[in-house]
Design a protein around this ligand. Structure first.
Ligand code: AMP
Length: 411
């Protein structure tokens, strides 16, 4: 199927060509005709499948078709809510790209950033609003947002909304929109609570299911290292120096863990940045942009901060902590190996995380190849490849690992 078969109008076709897309992805093939037909749709798809364009393109087309309508540019006619700020920004960037040959106006609003510029733009009028739920409700309460004219309501990453405790806010937002509207729900997984939500807010929805959630992209080479918890940092440094080529997104379970690892890598001379929920929005965005533009090769993130983020040409994903939920493993490693590229996923498992690996392997029906040839094996009987020299590695006064290995560094 080609984009032509989807009967998209010229300005949108032109933007698609400018984006370099040759053919629609599966989720686009399935969802775009339904959205253009005005159906409510539940889409089960992971990020990386092209799901943003699957709703953005038909929404833009529908708004453009009615471009002579008196409401144009004055009223919010499409509302997209997203659980995280980064994702909201990314969705908005996509809208801007796809709308570049139309005169439709869009805006993104999110918390943790100054509200004034958002209010100023809202006052001028926008056709499309992308928002995180909290800031949206705030702006509505202050009367800067009128949702009475919303024709299409999109709930993106619904399962993450649920995980982050936004479900009540989502319901509130939905009730602020007109009853008569098109609703699209996107979710990587459809747990029963999301099913319930869909039953209450969607009207006779069509279903699109493109990726079995529990499947790992074939383009990702996985490797697992069993390592004592106390040696994880050393192994991480060892792999960064010797094995890992290209950029890398490192996942840690906690914000504290992210900060700690960032400090260690900085001390060892790496160019590194991090994102997590406690960071100011501007910091998170700067970190992400630097990483996306290649100025920083290592980004450390918590799951929530990284979920849904699309980074072109991400070479490596690194599970510093094993995720305890199989779906999270799929999401994390699905950040790489996209759009025809080959990616690599490294995972470190300590003794207390063995049950997580077991659960991941059983649930996903995979066997993650184990790399036992490394200096810090978990099994103490296993012969270490590199013996820690007495008084060398981690004692005061020794030459820093970074300076020692300077010549070998890949950035
Ligand atoms: P998403 O799942 O929306 O996060 O999209 C993942 C990536 O796929 C983004 O970088 C999009 O720009 C890209 N993309 C979306 N649609 C297509 C397409 N039809 N062909 C190639 N790349 C696409």
């Amino acid at each position: 199927m080609s984009f032509k078969d989807l009967k998209l109008i010229k300005p949108i076709q032109k933007a698609i060509e400018a984006s370099g897309y040759v053919e629609p992805t599966l989720v686009q093939q399935k969802a775009i005709p339904l959205v253009l037909n005005g159906k409510d749709v539940i889409v089960s798809a992971q990020t990386g499948t092209g799901k943003t364009a699957a709703f953005a393109l038909p929404i833009l087309q529908k708004l453009y078709d009615k471009q002579d309508a008196p409401k144009k540019g004055k009223k919010i006619r499409a509302l997209i809510i997203s659980p995280t700020r980064e994702l909201a920004v990314q969705i908005h960037q996509n809208f801007k790209t796809y709308a570049q040959y139309t005169n439709l106006r869009s805006l993104v609003v999110f918390g943790g950033a100054s509200i004034e510029p958002q209010i100023d733009t809202l006052k001028k009028g926008v056709d499309i609003l992308v928002a995180t739920p909290g800031r949206l409700l705030d702006l509505h309460k202050q009367d800067y947002v009128n949702l009475d004219y919303v024709e299409t309501f999109v709930l993106d990453e619904a399962d993450l909304m649920l995980d982050m405790g936004f479900l009540d806010d989502v319901k509130k937002v939905e009730r602020l929109c007109p009853e008569e509207k098109q609703t699209l729900l996107f979710s990587a997984t459809i747990p029963s609570k999301i099913e319930e939500l869909a039953n209450t807010i969607l009207n006779n929805p069509e279903r699109v299911d493109v990726t079995p959630t529990k499947s790992v992209a074939k383009a990702v080479t996985q490797v697992l290292y069993y390592v004592p918890k106390r040696n994880k940092i050393e192994l991480c440094l060892h792999l960064l120096r010797n094995n890992i080529k290209g950029n890398i997104l490192i996942f840690r379970r906690t914000k504290y863990g992210v900060d700690k690892l960032e400090q260690t890598l900085l001390k060892n001379g790496y160019s590194v940045n991090s994102i997590h929920g406690d960071k100011a929005q501007s910091e998170r965005q700067t970190a992400l942009n630097k990483f996306k533009n290649g100025y920083v090769k290592v980004l450390i993130a918590t799951d929530v901060a990284a979920r849904g983020i699309d980074i072109n040409e991400l070479d490596n994903v690194f599970n510093f902590d094993m995720p305890n939920v199989p779906e999270t493993y799929v999401h994390r490693i699905g950040r790489t190996g996209r759009a025809g590229n080959i990616g690599k996923a490294y995972s470190m498992c300590s003794a207390d995380e063995k049950s997580y690996v077991k659960k991941i392997q059983e649930s996903l029906n995979i066997s993650i190849p184990i790399e036992s040839e490394h200096p810090y094996p978990l099994d103490p009987k296993a012969k270490p490849i590199v013996h820690k020299k007495k008084g060398s590695k981690y004692k005061k006064g020794r030459k820093s690992t970074a300076s020692k290995k300077k010549k070998k560094r890949w950035y």
